[in-house]
Design a protein around this ligand. Sequence first.
Ligand SMILES: C[S@@+](CC[C@H](N)C(=O)[O-])C[C@H]1O[C@@H](n2cnc3c(N)ncnc32)[C@H](O)[C@@H]1O
Length: 121
Amino acid sequence: MAHKVLNRRTELILVFDSKNAISRQFEKANFERGTLDDLWQIKRGKKIADNHSAVFPEELVSTIIRNFSNENDIVYDPFMGTGTTAVVAKKLNRHFLGSELNKKYFEVIKHRLLELESQLF
Ligand SMILES: C[S@@+](CC[C@H](N)C(=O)[O-])C[C@H]1O[C@@H](n2cnc3c(N)ncnc32)[C@H](O)[C@@H]1O
């Protein structure tokens, strides 16, 4: 963390629904009325790799995936970083696709997925 930088305590998540663009009601959501707030308090993610300071907590990703997709859906993460979305998607029986600019994270993602596989089987 650089000096004199404010800690970021929030992450903005945008959820789009092609059928109902200006409401907070989502055609494909899985939660019951009144059970999901628009503000979630989730602890920071654990450190996965050196030099990646923005690893998402699994709880954040799983809250999104569980509530806004179904089993066997494809979840796409255009900014994979260390691959938290891929790991959580697999845990929740979703497929995943992703892209990541920085080549060095590819090995990290591969390692996390292999580790998960060894836990599952
Ligand atoms: C906030 S991090 C994602 C962290 C990830 N959710 C995790 O849990 O590890 C954003 C990532 O996007 C990558 N990135 C930035 N611009 C990109 C681009 N144009 N295409 C693909 N990846 C990009 C960065 O290298 C960085 O690893």
